[in-house]
Design a protein around this ligand. Structure first.
Ligand SMILES: [Fe+2]
Length: 367
């Protein structure tokens, strides 16, 4: 695809220097009570929207969370990929403060206000352009430290349209064959902001930083859950390091197809005013579905924090299925020793079915 290097692009000088890699503060999910009792006991309803991704909490105002509950929410988000709330009373100032609890304020290159990104609506044909703004992505995954915990609060939404779809990258990895899993664990994806930069300037935007190209592992380890996830998105991943061009092209085509046939690993959120999605960009990709509504009727505020540089550590990582199998064996071992009772309360953890006893991944695995 030809890059749109216009006179406006050539004349533009971004105001900020490139970001330097840094080590973020310890993930707040490490500080959570693994049972999340403080947070979950406050909810009037805890609904797993799909088996693989997405939980809606009712009866909770995120503006009122204690620090302990905020940490438990981080763990729940890391495990479920995205957590939703409706009818929230949080103000923008409170949203900034909530983001600050989780770490250093992330700054998207297109972000003008240093504290948040304003998210708007779009009305175009999703098929008309490749790598458009509605393509699946992890928010600015090309950064050396891409964002982790991300909260979008929608102020205004159309009556219909403008939904956001989230897909689990943990489940996407898990559904690969063992052969592909092993092969992909050695790959690095090439993440580029070049097209994003050009589109921004040509659309009248003022990106704050020059475009960059960053290599990140195609399979990454979550620092808290230690689950393996794919680290792919079609908006920013432009190649696979070390492959011949045709190999890279077809590998990306496979990954594109794998992602776009993952209806079983996906949750679709219909926004209402003052609803919130809080997701972990390390383990989900998402897209806002454009078209069919008036773009000016949709506006939200997104806050995020910088995550760690993506890494893959096979010595501490498991796939979702491997985790499930191990926990089942450990549970059987525990039951056979009659040392503990395993409770059933209907609360879902990643990969745990509603009709199965509770298996708390993080409780048994966090180190
Ligand atoms: Fe996004």
């Amino acid at each position: 695809m030809a890059l749109d290097i216009t006179p406006a692009v050539l004349a533009y000088v971004p105001p900020d220097p490139p970001l330097e890699q840094f080590e973020p503060a310890r993930d707040r999910a490490f500080f959570a009570d693994p049972t999340k009792a403080s947070l979950l006991s406050q909810a009037s309803s805890i609904e797993a929207l799909t088996p693989y991704i997405g939980t809606e909490l009712k009866g909770v105002q995120v503006s009122q969370l204690t620090d302990a509950q905020k940490d438990e929410l981080a763990l729940l988000v890391a495990e479920r990929g995205v957590v939703f709330f409706r009818d929230q009373d949080i103000t923008l100032e409170q949203q900034h403060a909530l983001a600050a609890h989780y770490g250093k304020q992330d700054r998207d290159p297109s972000q003008q206000d240093p504290r948040h990104v304003t998210i708007l609506g779009h009305d175009f044909n999703i098929r008309a352009k490749d790598r458009n703004v509605a393509a699946y992505h992890g928010d600015h995954s090309f950064e050396v430290n891409p964002p982790s915990y991300t909260l979008l609060r929608m102020l205004r939404t159309p009556e219909t349209g403008g939904d956001t779809i989230f897909t689990s990258q943990v489940a996407l990895f898990d559904k690969l064959s063992p052969t592909f899993q092993k092969a992909f664990e050695g790959f690095f994806g090439i993440h580029s902001s070049e097209k994003y930069y050009l589109n921004s300037i040509n659309g009248g935007g003022k990106p704050r930083r020059a475009p960059i190209i960053t290599e990140h592992p195609l399979v990454r380890t979550h620092p808290v859950t230690h689950l393996k996830s794919l680290n792919y998105n079609p908006l920013f991943v432009t190649g696979v390091k070390g492959l011949n061009d045709r190999e890279s092209f077809h590998t990306l085509n496979f990954l594109y197809d794998h992602l776009h046939s993952a209806d079983d690993l996906t949750v679709r959120w219909k926004w209402t005013p003052d609803s919130i999605a809080f997701w972990d960009n390390r383990v989900v990709v998402h897209r806002a579905v454009p078209g069919g509504y008036e773009p000016s009727s949709r506006e939200g505020k997104r806050t995020a924090i910088f995550g760690e540089r993506p890494f893959f550590d096979p010595s501490i990582s498991e796939s979702w299925s491997e985790r499930k199998e191990r926990l089942k064996k450990e549970k059987l071992s525990i039951e056979s020793n009659s040392e503990y009772a395993v409770k059933t309360n209907g609360h879902l953890e990643n990969g745990t079915r509603l009709d199965e006893p509770e298996l708390n991944f993080s409780k048994l695995n966090v180190v």
